[in-house]
Write a protein that binds this ligand. Structure first.
Ligand code: AMP
Length: 550
């Protein structure tokens, strides 16, 4: 969905867009400070020059495998140097990485391959005991478009391509650079695709252009105060926009990215101390785990951490107030989405703002509009659904015209489905959401998708998935079911359907409530607000009646 020509001109004239492909910024850094460290992943340490020479090597080899500019590559890799080098290789070639999460399984990947018409799939051999290579080969054997399975790890089977070998430095760095410079992508073309945390059955593809993602990344550099001295710890999945954006921003600033595949505090604290990490980004559930771990690990030296960005789900005020100075000198709250720009608090803002708001737009070109149920703007200070538009916000999902008709207004505003309030000082406070999803510690679960699974269980007459409050993850999924007369429905039955469909495990509801009927709104829809209140009340009652912990 291209940006209208007049909008392109406006964003360029204002300096939000710079007519440059994304990898140009990384090449600049590699030319300026080739020997500065760019990536640290365990024992692997790559300089900015290494990063670009490997990316160029990989881009040339992808070309030899038949991949061309604009071809889509489905990428399902854990955080690691291989993932970053592959993404940069795609940027250099003009191929488009489609970033899936490692939790996704065949159900999600089949859909993504088909929707993106992917020509290659990149996976680890195995991860946490799961055979990703086997899964990718089954998908590839059935999908007419997929020609290559790229596998990272020790066990690359015959017929798969060894990804680590593909990512070795270019044999002729100057020649590779010249060849790739000659096919440099159009800055208005798609650089990468992210997945929507949306409400529909399967995720929508979010195509971010070189120029819009470049604007996003440069805005992060400014607002997160990243410099060549920054050491950014990336431990949330890079398939999400903010972890990816912050990692690229640290590199564009000339700094270094330290990669961890999980946010476990035991390991993260040791990494922070060893690498003198200056900044990182967490979701609230992880921040809480870190705070708890800090109580038992008071020895690790976290004094290098200047900035901790927390977002992706609502950070409770009480938690916000404890993060600095326990874990960092400065807390930064953030609100954003794969589809667009982000709001962030600023370093130096008063505590009231940092503790109680989710920031203000990080790019001066971002526009916010709050509307009521009638679609009309709400009075100042009142909560409303947030619509956004701007130089980092898409104008439509990839190949989804019907969905786009509802998700965007005619004049290009994205309906976020989030209910927010804007304070007189311009800072935004997330108050709730209208969209039908569960935000499980930052991972989004579409209610519609899980309800569709539930309807496949024998004996289910009606099903509704709602968020239940959770002290650790913020929210978890609770399934309400009305069984057919005489039928018995168990959570295991729902789990079995989801497993049989080959869908990601995090979609399995964590609680089942069987009821005789579901409440409905006055227009006859299932009243999910009432169900959310009902489960919250049940949990409260259980807490009151639970025996006190000894
Ligand atoms: P995703 O595209 O997966 O990052 O999901 C974006 C959605 O996450 C937003 O539309 C919000 O619903 C939610 N979200 C992100 N940041 C926050 C935040 N700070 N507070 C509350 N919800 C948030």
């Amino acid at each position: 969905m291209p940006y209208p020509a007049d909008v392109v001109e406006r964003y360029r004239a204002a300096g939000h867009w710079e007519r440059r492909p994304l990898a140009d910024y990384l090449l600049d850094v590699a030319d300026r400070t080739p020997d500065a460290l760019a990536l640290v992943d365990g024992d692997v340490r790559l300089t900015h020059r290494d990063l670009m020479v490997r990316a160029d090597g990989a881009a040339m080899r992808l070309r030899e495998l038949g991949l061309r500019p604009d071809d889509r590559i489905l990428v399902q890799l854990p955080n690691g140097w291989e993932l970053i080098v592959l993404i940069v290789a795609c940027l250099r070639l003009g191929a488009i990485p489609v970033l899936a999460l490692t939790a996704h399984r065949q159900h999600e990947l089949d859909h993504l391959v088909e929707r993106a018409e992917a020509r290659a799939i990149a996976v680890p051999d195995t991860l946490a005991g799961f055979d990703h290579q086997g899964m990718a080969r089954v998908i590839a054997s059935r999908a007419p478009t997929v020609e290559q399975v790229l596998v990272s790890g020790e066990e690359v089977r015959t017929g798969s391509v060894d990804l680590r070998a593909l990512l070795r430095p270019a044999d002729d760095p100057a020649g590779a650079r010249a060849a790739l410079d000659a096919i440099t992508p159009d800055p208005l073309s798609a650089a990468l695709m992210l997945l929507s945390g949306g409400t529909t059955g399967q995720p929508k593809l979010i195509a971010r252009t070189h120029e819009d993602y470049g604007c996003y990344v440069r805005s992060i550099v400014d607002v997160c105060l990243l410099t060549s001295d920054s050491v950014y710890l990336t431990l949330l999945p890079l398939g999400h926009s903010l972890p990816l954006g912050t990692a690229l921003a640290a590199l564009v600033a000339g700094g270094r990215v330290v990669l961890e595949a999980t946010p476990a505090p035991e390991r993260a604290f040791a990494t922070i101390e060893r690498e003198r990490v200056t900044a990182t980004a967490l979701v609230p559930a992880v921040a809480q785990r870190w705070l708890e771990h800090r109580l038992v690990d008071t020895d690790s030296d976290l004094s290098s951490v200047e900035l901790m960005l927390v977002g992706g789900a609502r950070l409770p005020d009480s938690l916000a107030e404890r993060i600095a100075p326990a874990l960092t000198r400065n807390l930064q709250q953030g609100y954003g989405m794969g589809e667009g720009g982000a709001c962030l608090t600023r370093v130096g803002d008063p505590s009231d703002i940092i503790w109680h708001t989710q920031g203000r737009p990080m790019c001066a070109g971002d526009e916010l509009l709050l509307v009521g149920e009638d679609g009309e703007p709400v009075p100042d200070g009142e909560p409303g659904e947030l619509l956004t538009r701007g130089p980092c916000t898409i104008r439509g999902y990839y190949r989804a015209p019907e969905h786009n008709a509802g998700a965007f207004t005619a004049d290009g505003w994205l309906r976020t489905g989030d209910v927010v309030r804007i304070r007189p000082d311009g800072y935004l406070v997330v108050e709730g959401r209208e969209k039908d999803l569960i935000n499980r510690g930052g991972e989004k679960i579409s209610a519609e998708e899980v309800e569709n699974f539930a309807y496949q269980v024998d004996g289910v007459s009606q099903a509704a998935l709602v968020a239940m409050p959770d002290p650790v993850l913020g929210e978890r999924a609770c399934l309400y079911v009305v069984p057919r007369p005489g039928a018995l429905v168990r959570l295991e039955d729902v789990e079995e359907v989801i497993t049989r469909a080959g869908a990601a495990r995090y979609k399995v509801p964590e609680r089942l409530v069987v009821v005789d009927e579901l409440p409905s709104t006055n227009i006859g829809k299932i009243d999910k607000k009432a169900l959310r209140a009902d489960i919250a009340q049940r949990l409260d009652a259980e807490r009151l009646t639970a025996p006190a912990a000894s």
